[in-house]
Design a protein around this ligand. Structure first.
Ligand code: FES
Length: 207
């Protein structure tokens, strides 16, 4: 959590990554949540630890309801939680008050974002939506996160000249022609060109 920027929007998933009524575990600020999508295409998120004895709800399953919504079911004693975190205790037939506090989600097109419990300090970027206007989202390449010190990662992203070394071979970059750099704190803009070597026909071998 300390290395995550408080008040920033965090992208949890894309709706296409969620199979209908299939719980998925996600993490935010060091807390685990269970995320699931029902037949109405609505997405719900609750803390992943069951309020009874702490079993992981993401290891359970979903029970579809007649109206298309669904509840996530704990794999230990089969308590069913709706999207508000309410359940029906066995034998009582009565719906409880919320026992788990839902994670607030912001869904922009099919991108699922959250600020966690933090006050939003910056808007959700729309760059992904712009990309999605022209490209179809086909999936994600990984479901793990890398523990990276935030400041050094930001510094790396602000360092436009790292292309010259880090990506030189992969993209056959010949040089970085720097034009302008505008520093706005956590947001910067760099204007530069990276001419690449002309493609040639050939065979390369990887040892
Ligand atoms: S631990 Fe979840 S119902 Fe008992």
């Amino acid at each position: 959590m300390p290395s995550m920027l408080l008040g920033a929007p965090w992208l949890l998933a894309h709706k296409s990554m969620l199979s209908i009524n299939q719980p998925l575990k996600v993490s935010l600020y060091g807390q685990d949540y269970v995320l699931w999508k029902d037949r109405n295409n609505d997405v719900h998120a609750l803390p992943n630890a069951c309020s009874h004895m702490g079993a992981m709800l993401s290891e359970g399953w979903c029970e579809a309801q007649k109206d298309g919504s669904s509840k996530v079911v704990c794999p230990f004693h089969a308590l069913e939680f709706d999207g508000q975190g309410c359940t029906v205790l066995p034998g009582s037939g009565q719906q409880t008050k919320p026992l788990l506090e839902p994670l607030k989600l912001m869904i922009q097109d099919d991108f699922i974002w959250s600020y966690g419990d933090c006050e939003p300090q910056m808007a959700i970027p729309d760059v992904l939506n712009k990309i999605a206007e022209n490209y179809e989202f086909v999936g994600s390449t990984a479901d793990t996160s890398v523990n990276t010190p935030l400041l050094s990662m930001l510094l790396n992203n602000h360092d436009y000249n790292h292309q010259n070394g880090t990506h030189r071979d992969l993209f056959r970059i010949e040089e970085v022609q720097f034009n302008q750099f505008i520093d706005r704190g956590h947001h910067s803009e760099a204007f530069f060109k990276t001419p690449t070597a002309s493609p040639t026909y050939g065979v390369s071998y990887v040892a």
